[in-house]
Write a protein that binds this ligand. Structure first.
Ligand SMILES: Nc1ncnc2c1ncn2[C@@H]1O[C@H](COP(=O)(O)OP(=O)(O)O)[C@@H](O)[C@H]1O
Ligand SMILES: [Mg+2]
Length: 488
């Protein structure tokens, strides 16, 4: 009995020690797991804090870029006071001390300012009951939608492109969609400020904007509607229209070289940053425009690099690269626009002037003043017909004029580049030039001047073969080659 009692006590002791040791080891394991988890959470927190810090840094950089543009406007003293309460969700949360530059009261006018309100009148109210028609275009940063406002007015709305490269890259880097929308929207804000400051016939017209109070980064810019620039289509259009695009561009660059913000360089210069409105060229993408000067010590600091060409500009006594932005704009205009649009089919009397422009801009020998003068001279000669001085006078006498008549008939012979797909319609300075053209086309036996004009004021002439029928038309006159007279 005593024996069995001792055995039972021993067994109980063994079981108990096993249980205790099991308990200890599981507690140890549990503790280990807890400490492992705590380390992981701490690392996660540290990572997200550092991402947040990096994003805040970026946000502040973007604001720093915009504020000088606001201040540069010469301050007409009617800015809204009020600083930046909660302007940046992230920096406010982070509890950073106010930045002396970005805390400027003038900042507020981006969203609510009195000056802005005077310049672009439409606000959020204008967008009530609008109808979205289609997407007009999109880029790395922005999405542009064609809409009809409640009153029927067509406009283009610019927003942050949620699916654009800028947004997706930011979310990949910072893992914060809200913060990223705020960051990307700074580009749109900068564009808004530049559109307010840089008003010109060749800059897209700002009609208004709507900045959502509650959600940062929800900015909608309201613009006049244009048509995205179609280079391929332009290449097939008459020289006069291609010249117009180049002239508009040069007038824009002339304005930018001495704008209210100083000399402005377009850092992302591509045809897709422009649209046309009734045939005239307008810059629409301004977020990469820069009014900053490039500091230098020697000429070697003032290099301009392009894929096939490098230039070196002088470093001025002020320690900045002389006219760097202006020259950069001119060479980009040459390489993206002039080379494709200007020389091809230029009127014979103007080719020497066109060649001169090609040379002086392609070699950066002329500044923007000289370039704009050269373009305006071509326009003057072309409009006035002075470039036609050496047309043979005899050609014109070969035609009989029939006032009060027009030509009718189905599709006639075609020429290239014609203003009409249906026949041969070209612009001329006068009946004399039209007679000269008709004589140089083997099929041509008559031409009609309808009184319609191109943007330069030149006349549209319709050239026809002998199959044309004459009909009464008060507004036009037909010129028929004396040798062949069509049936009336
Ligand atoms: N006012 C407008 N009317 C018509 N199309 C426009 C207008 N503004 C921009 N677009 C089109 O939308 C595209 C994207 O706009 P853009 O400002 O260039 O954005 P991102 O900065 O992303 O490149 C342009 O390439 C252009 O084709
Ligand atoms: Mg663009």
């Amino acid at each position: 009995m005593g024996h069995s009692l001792r055995a039972a006590a021993l067994l109980a002791f063994v079981v108990l020690s096993i249980l205790v040791s099991l308990l200890i080891s599981s507690v140890q394991q549990f503790g280990g797991r807890i400490s492992h988890l705590t380390n992981a959470t701490r690392a996660g927190h540290e990572e997200s804090a550092s991402l947040r810090g990096a994003l805040i840094y970026q946000l502040n950089e973007r604001r720093r870029e915009i504020v000088p543009l606001l201040l540069l406007h010469g301050g007409d003293g009617d800015d809204d006071a009020g600083g930046l309460p909660g302007e940046s969700r992230l920096s406010a949360q982070h509890g950073q001390p106010p930045d002396p530059i970005s805390d400027s009261s003038v900042w507020n006018e981006i969203a609510h300012g009195s000056r802005a309100a005077r310049l672009d009148e439409m606000g959020c109210d204008s967008l009530v009951d609008m109808q979205a028609v289609e997407v007009l275009g999109s880029g790395y940063t922005k999405l542009v939608v064609k809409v009809n406002l409640a009153g029927g007015q067509p406009v283009a709305l610019k927003l942050v492109n949620e699916k654009g490269i800028d947004m997706s890259k930011c979310v990949e880097d910072f893992k914060d969609p809200h913060g990223c929308r705020e960051l990307v929207s700074y580009k749109l804000k900068k564009e808004l400020v530049l559109l307010q400051r840089l008003q010109h016939p060749n800059v897209i017209k700002l009609k208004g904007h709507c900045a959502g109070e509650a959600e940062k980064g929800r900015l909608t810019v309201i613009l006049e509607q244009g048509a995205p620039l179609q280079m391929i289509q332009l290449l097939q259009s008459p020289w006069e229209d291609r010249f117009r695009v180049c002239l508009d561009l040069v007038r824009l660059l002339h304005f930018l070289s001495r704008s209210p913000l100083g000399s402005v360089a377009l850092l992302d210069f591509q045809p897709r940053q422009f649209v046309t409105v009734s045939g005239s060229l307008k810059l629409t993408d301004l977020d990469d425009a820069s009014a900053a000067e490039t500091p230098c010590q020697t000429d070697a600091d003032c290099g301009l690099q392009f894929p096939h060409r490098n230039f070196s500009l002088p470093c001025s006594s002020r320690g900045v690269c002389e006219d760097l932005g202006e020259k950069r704009n001119i060479y980009n205009a040459y390489r993206y626009f002039f080379t494709y649009l200007l020389p091809h089919q230029a009127p014979p009397g103007l080719t020497h002037l066109v060649d001169h422009i090609m040379n002086s801009t392609g070699e950066l020998k002329a500044d923007i003043n000289e370039t704009v003068e050269a373009f305006e001279r071509i326009l003057h000669l072309y409009r006035s017909g002075l470039h036609l001085d050496n047309l043979p006078p005899s050609v014109f006498t070969d035609y009989t004029v029939m006032p009060g008549t027009g030509a009718s008939g189905s599709v006639d012979y075609r020429c290239w580049p014609s203003y009409s797909q249906q026949g041969c319609v070209l612009s001329v300075h006068s009946a004399r030039e039209a007679a000269f053209i008709c004589s140089s086309h083997p099929q041509c036996s008559s031409f009609t001047l309808t009184g319609q004009k191109t943007w330069t004021g030149r006349l549209l002439a319709s050239f026809r073969s002998s199959s044309a029928q004459l009909v009464p038309d008060e507004a036009s006159e037909v010129y028929v080659k004396k040798t062949e007279r069509p049936a009336v």
